[in-house]
Design a protein around this ligand. Structure first.
Ligand code: CO
Length: 152
């Protein structure tokens, strides 16, 4: 019985821990699927976070070559330029224009069943700015995009 209680307590902590960090708006947690969708259309993070973490899980089964997903954050006005440059950069570059300062943050590209994450300082964002998160895989940002609101 003691072991069972220990397992239950541990499970509860594992469930609660991510919720606690999300409450501070320092984590952007997204899921992508085989239907070319993120599970959220909008999210909020805080510019005062020393570190903002982006976590992406691909809940589908399709390979990265057919249904690759990543998460890029930029000003909304830069989204089209970045996706076009990312397409030119090609699959080997994860459809990301390397070194392009307009990309505030970007995860690696993953396929079905994959997970990836990255972090960046909250100071790279301005409270009240017009930001978006999107997937830079060719064609995906038409559907795979959302508004990233930034609080202080
Ligand atoms: Co995608």
């Amino acid at each position: 019985m003691k072991t069972m209680h220990a397992i239950l307590a541990t499970s509860a902590l594992m469930v609660l821990a991510p919720l606690a960090s999300a409450a501070g708006n320092c984590t952007l947690r997204l899921k992508g699927n085989d239907a070319m969708q993120f599970d959220q259309k909008a999210a909020t993070v805080s510019a005062s976070c020393p570190k903002i973490t982006i976590e992406l899980a691909h809940s589908g089964k399709m390979p990265v070559t057919a249904m690759g997903h990543n998460v890029v954050i930029s000003q909304t006005a830069d989204m089209a330029t970045i996706t076009t440059a990312g397409m030119k950069a090609g699959a080997a570059a994860g459809y990301l224009p390397k070194g392009d300062a307009r990309m505030i943050a970007a995860t690696s590209l993953i396929g079905g069943g994959g997970h990836t994450s990255t972090s960046f300082p909250g100071s790279k964002l301005k409270a009240g700015g017009d930001y978006s998160f999107f997937c830079s895989f060719p064609g995906h940002s038409a559907m795979m995009k959302g508004k990233l609101s930034v609080t202080k």
